[in-house]
Design a protein around this ligand. Structure first.
Ligand code: SF4
Length: 689
């Protein structure tokens, strides 16, 4: 029996663990005393390892390269040389014919690690010659990145996961940690046990609401109205930290102009709770000695996602609940390396280390490091992942390189996404499983899985940790970075890395705030929390201590906005709100957890629509009955789960299921500032079959 140290591949909590291997097969997992998990793992961490073994429960591992030589033909097994030559030739032809910006790429925020993502974005920029690179953060925390950069200068969590336990008050907005980050939920329970006040702002009675001091069971889509009313209360009741505002912020008067239009009494109908409860929550947050605001997709997958993040950051600033230990903002990332994908520049406007593509000095630096002329690096911001459907429709995007994602399952309006993928002139997919998306590709590259490769992940709180390989690659699978490198060499831009350490050391050289995070520092249970500019440095658990923000003048910019109703409000034909949520035992598109024996047994197709007893009764729906859920985009069959924790007027579906796929029903409408879909609010109805 062997033990191999790794980091859980599922969520951004970054739990450290061992994989236990017998006769070349992963047979078990055990928790380690990592900085974020301290000897604990949740259900997915403990039971979510055997997908690597090619169990074929849901879908088989891809073991060799395949290509579809002409549209409509079958995928055929080929050698690596044939697959890479074919792909290089097609990409060069498309680049020559339509220009580099006709090629779009998306990176993986799951198992591959930072080194693979770095090499992919380098391939995109230095070889293809475009900034059309994005990652799944576009569908989740892009509004957090943009909203926080606008206000306090960095899109990351300003606090640490372990530090959550020490806060005197934690306010959660649109965030269900028990389902999405169970080890973070455990920290919040511990904070409660130490005396913290817990405020939950969520339409459902989520697990954390049961231990909360205040639960604002708000209406769906009312975040910004609620935050403005809290801000009003804080001003009206003299709870603004004027000294902090004067010393460390700007824009207070403009911020005030908007929030003073939102007395809590004026938003009772919009938010759906009493003004007294809003005032009590605002007071509790502002008067606590230390407070942290945490949020998830309930904030970001909304029409006003970025503006809501502006409001959250501004609330923290005007109350002085940032820039001090155990105070700050915590947008907790979902996929295990989505923070790392952003760190590595898998974004259309930023190079690795959050350096702007529009800055000529930054381009000159990267041109030198990558040995290309500065003219080869585009200064034009690239397309976002959610630009893909209309980019294909209007003919600007001709080729798409999908790395480890399944947009046909996870992006809104799947009928439109399917048409988009089929209409591409050339489509490459690099994955470990034959997902619905990969089955449509013209080229399928078989990649090694988590458990078969090594590298560095970034946890949601900016903690870099190393993970190692436990078993050799299956079949003919290659490491992701090797595939990008070999393709790049064939397309005329040679890369010659021999291992992930060489890639990581290059990342450290081009990203000053990561420089101190050496492989040596991350040996064993070691870690490095960025910014960590010096090799001898300790890293930075809390950002902005002392009130200096990451903006050009060091001051936070306070921003406020009027609340706007969601795009597709319920009406007589579609009277319910459909909100997509997470499932504790499954992850993302389910290709990993659906192939794990223990997790696959938790539930099966077609999943559930969770509905309030009042809405169920008025439709004559019984618990566990098969029902139709329908919207303007389509209809799906699923099971009803009648649940009094669900608010009346809304239903909730998780997005893992292939039958009962909720993204057949969601809308491709996005927050204009981030391009993030409004997945939390589509209108629909439910009916018995
Ligand atoms: Fe894995 Fe997240 Fe669970 Fe930790 S909390 S074991 S990282 S899924």
């Amino acid at each position: 029996m062997e033990k191999h140290m790794t980091v859980c591949p599922y969520c951004g909590a970054g739990c450290k663990m061992n994989l236990i291997v017998e006769n070349g097969v992963i047979v078990d997992a055990e928790p380690l005393d990592g900085v974020t998990n301290e000897g604990n793992l949740c259900l997915k961490g403990l039971s979510g390892f055997d997908f690597v073994n090619d169990t074929k429960i849901l879908t088989p591992r891809i073991l060799y390269p395949m290509i579809r030589r002409t549209k409509g033909a079958d995928l055929k097994r080929v050698t690596w040389d044939e697959a890479l030559d074919f792909t290089a030739q097609k990409l060069l032809e498309i680049k020559e014919k339509y220009g580099p910006d006709s090629i779009m790429l998306t990176g993986s925020s799951r198992g591959p690690g930072n080194e693979a993502n770095y090499v992919m974005q380098k391939f995109t920029r230095a070889c293809v010659g475009t900034n059309n690179i994005d990652n799944c953060a576009r569908t989740c925390h892009a509004p957090s990145v943009i909203g926080l950069m606008d206000t306090i200068g960095s899109g990351a969590m300003s606090v640490s996961i372990p530090g959550l336990e020490e806060a005197a008050c934690i306010m959660l907005f649109g965030y269900n940690p028990a389902a999405s980050h169970p080890i973070v939920a455990r920290r919040i329970v511990k904070a409660r046990e130490k005396g913290a006040r817990i405020i939950v702002c969520d339409p459902r009675v989520i697990e954390t609401a049961r231990i909360a001091d205040i639960h604002i069971q708000m209406k769906n889509g009312s975040n910004l109205a609620l935050l403005n009313a809290m801000a009003y209360t804080i001003v009206e009741e003299g709870l603004v930290d004027k000294a902090f505002v004067d010393a460390h912020t700007k824009g207070y008067e403009s911020w005030l102009d908007v929030v003073m239009q939102y007395p809590p009494e004026a938003v009772e109908d919009t938010v759906g709770v009493s003004a007294d409860l809003i005032r009590e929550a605002a007071r509790t947050y502002a008067q606590a000695e230390t407070s942290i605001i945490g949020w998830g997709m309930g904030v970001t997958q909304q029409r006003q996602g970025v503006q809501t993040v502006h409001a959250i950051a501004s609330l923290a600033c005007v109350t002085g609940k940032i820039g001090k230990p155990h105070c700050g903002v915590a947008p907790v990332r979902g996929q295990n390396n989505v923070q790392g994908s952003c760190d590595m520049g898998m974004l259309p406007n930023l190079y690795p280390g959050y350096q702007k593509v529009g800055d000529s000095k930054v381009r000159a630096k990267f041109a030198k490091a990558w040995n290309v002329s500065v003219e080869q690096l585009s200064n034009k911001e690239g397309y976002k992942l959610t630009d893909l459907p209309h980019g294909v429709k209007d003919g600007t995007i001709k080729a798409f390189y999908n790395f480890g994602e399944d947009p046909l399952q996870t992006e809104p309006d799947s009928a439109d996404m399917e048409k988009t993928l089929k209409d591409l002139e050339f489509f490459i997919s690099q994955d470990i499983f034959m997902t619905q998306t990969t089955a449509l590709a013209d080229v399928v590259f078989p990649a090694t899985s988590w458990g078969e490769h090594e590298g560095v992940f970034t946890a949601s709180d900016r903690t870099f940790q190393r993970f190692t390989a436990a078993v050799p690659p299956k079949g003919e699978c290659k490491h992701d970075w090797e595939i990008f490198q070999e393709l790049s060499c064939r397309m005329g831009y040679p890369m010659r890395y021999r291992n992930t350490k060489e890639i990581w050391d290059e990342i450290r050289e081009v990203c000053p705030q990561f420089y101190g995070a050496t492989y040596e520092k991350m040996e064993g249970l070691g870690y490095a929390q960025w910014p960590i500019p010096d090799v001898d440095g300790e890293g930075t658990p809390d950002l902005y201590l002392g009130g200096t923000f990451n903006t050009s003048d060091g001051r936070a910019l306070l921003l406020s906005h009027r609340w706007v109703a969601p795009t597709e409000e319920p009406d007589d034909g579609y009277p319910l709100v459909l909100c997509t949520v997470r499932e504790v035992g499954h992850y993302s598109c389910r290709s990993m957890t659906g192939n794990c024996r223990a997790l696959a047994q938790l539930a099966d197709e077609p999943g559930y629509v969770h509905i309030n007893p009042i809405d169920a009764e008025s439709r004559g729906i019984r618990d566990e009955e098969l029902v139709w859920v329908y919207s303007r985009r389509g209809k799906v069959i699923t099971r009803a789960s009648i649940d009094e924790r669900i608010n009346a007027g809304a239903v909730y579906m998780t997005y893992q299921w292939w039958i009962g796929k909720c993204n057949d029903l969601t809308m491709h409408v996005t927050d204009p500032l981030s391009g993030t879909p409004e997945d939390k609010f589509s209108s629909c109805d439910v009916a018995s079959i």
